[in-house]
Design a binder for this molecule. Structure first.
Ligand code: NAP
Length: 261
């Protein structure tokens, strides 16, 4: 299927590994010119032909300067993928009462304010080109008990922000959607230094056993993690003209873990 994306441009945040790297690869495979952002530029980002830019998007000025450099590289932006996010792990408070302002601010800075600022900076170009925005939320925005509350709350804010943005700018030609993954088998889960390894150590079980148990523990009906490439393919489709009428939607990708209609 030709997604008709050849020659278009995209900016992907959080793109040095995990889901962001898979999105970058999927878009490049469709002929998209991609600026990939992360704090550290890695060989992985450039290996597939992305223009890799280093930027810390949690600083007040980081997003505007990142988008300015991205625009200079691309000439204009057809697609913004706000993939950057994190903190859905055990390093963050397990109970509300033990959580601090600093932890809430850190998680909202990473998952929400970086998105607000990056979107604000990219919107003029997206408006000019009739582009689209895909924002990353999480299954935990709908099932908050599956993650630390600051993270689930920040992702809830992402959904509300995205819906409001879709209403405000849809009539001017910019499509806005969200993707809400459940467990996706990134290095965070499967790598030796990731959250999965820490959790396995805390439970006193091998990582392989943890990875076998997690999908069922999260209620995944078909008993599996999503692969990062599944998410990359979904982004490419949602960005394409084939999805021209998909707007203000939230796509879950969680192997059946959300049980409500
Ligand atoms: N993986 C899952 O199971 C899962 C489930 C639900 C939702 N999600 C959501 O999906 C998205 C991607 O998750 P992921 O697991 O693929 O993430 P990840 O593996 O932790 O990767 C995070 C990316 O963001 C970059 N980054 C971190 N801090 C940054 C900063 N301050 N400024 C700029 N870049 C920064 C990292 O590179 P540097 O460290 O070099 O900056 C890296 O490229 C997130 O929004 C996450 O909440 C993931």
């Amino acid at each position: 299927m030709d997604l008709q994306l050849t020659g278009t441009t995209a900016v992907v945040t959080g793109a040095s590994r995990g889901i962001g790297l898979a999105i970058t690869q999927a878009l490049i495979a469709e002929g998209v010119r991609v600026v990939a952002g992360a704090r550290t530029v890695t060989p992985h980002m450039q290996a597939h032909g992305a223009i890799a830019l280093a930027a810390d998007l949690t600083t007040p000025d980081g997003p505007a300067s990142f988008i300015e450099r991205a625009q200079a590289e691309l000439g204009g932006i057809d697609l913004l993928v706000n993939n950057l996010g994190g903190g859905g792990d055990n390093e963050h408070p397990a109970t509300f009462l033990t959580s601090t302002d600093e932890q809430w601010e850190e998680i909202f800075g990473l998952n929400f304010f970086s998105m607000v600022r990056t979107t604000r900076a990219a919107l003029p170009s997206l408006l000019e080109r009739g582009g689209s925005v895909i924002n990353f939320s999480s299954m935990s925005s709908r099932i908050p008990h599956t993650a630390p509350l600051p993270y689930a709350s920040a992702k809830g804010a992402v959904n509300t922000f995205s819906k409001g943005l879709a209403e405000e700018y849809g009539p001017q030609g910019v499509r806005v959607n969200t993707i809400s993954p459940g467990a996706v088998l990134t290095e965070q889960w499967a790598g030796p230094d990731g959250f999965g390894a820490q959790l396995a150590a805390a439970r006193g079980i091998p990582l392989e056993q943890l990875l076998r148990e997690i999908p069922a523990e999260m209620g995944a009906t078909i008993g599996q993690f999503a692969d990062p490439s599944d998410v990359g393919a979904l982004v490419a489709y949602l960005a394409s003209p084939l999805a021209a009428a998909i707007h203000g939607a939230d796509y879950t990708i969680n192997a059946g873990a959300i049980k409500t209609v």
